[in-house]
Design a protein around this ligand. Sequence first.
Ligand SMILES: [Zn+2]
Length: 250
Amino acid sequence: MSIYCNIFSTYRYIIVLISSVLLIMVGTTDVIAKKTSYDNKKIIVLDPGHGGRDKGAQGINGIYEKTISLKLAHIIEKELEDQYNVFLTRTDDYQLDIPCRIDAANHLKADLFISIHSGGSFLHKASGIYIYYYNKISGPKTVSGNVTLKTIKNNNILIQWHNIQNKHKIKSYMLSESVKNRINEYIKFAKCKVQSAPVLVLSGADMPAIFIETGYLSNPAEEKEIDDAKVLSDFAKGISKGIEDFFQNK
Ligand SMILES: [Zn+2]
């Protein structure tokens, strides 16, 4: 399922409208039962990083971060869709700004927000898989590609957004740990580590939220791994199991 900032409210109204029409037309408890079971499923928003002109990091062999993030998001969606209601912030190669990604998750009242990325560095030796949870620090540094805090000009709005994710810091940390442990079970080319950082795309999320970097595209050896279908499938399994562990430990 996909979500778009500007049509978001419209989408929800369409769902309500369709449900109402179905109830009127069919009028059976079956429909009500199905609707209830849909409503009871937890909502997970997957956010494939970058898109369109914003290519993200680029590997020496020409692999773009925006392509890998979308590919992986679709594989994770397949892993999760039987058990959860899964939405993607983008389903194709187009640009999407950061507030739009977070707004979508907040409007859905999502239970989890997971932003998917790969790393890039001028140092070809830079390597590793990282999971970040939000931690506010002073200064304009962020961990979200080319986006800086200048993106949001209104400082008051920015402070409020930071406060939103701060409420979920412990749970976001716990989610990071659960997903890290499972990724380390499935992925062998690098060790996954958890770090905290003022990641802009997480800052306004009103739910546990993490930012995953699936290795460094700028590192030729890791670029090869990250673009491998089996590795992507293993990432999806690790992330899905980590999500399951997180909900069970609650
Ligand atoms: Zn990125």
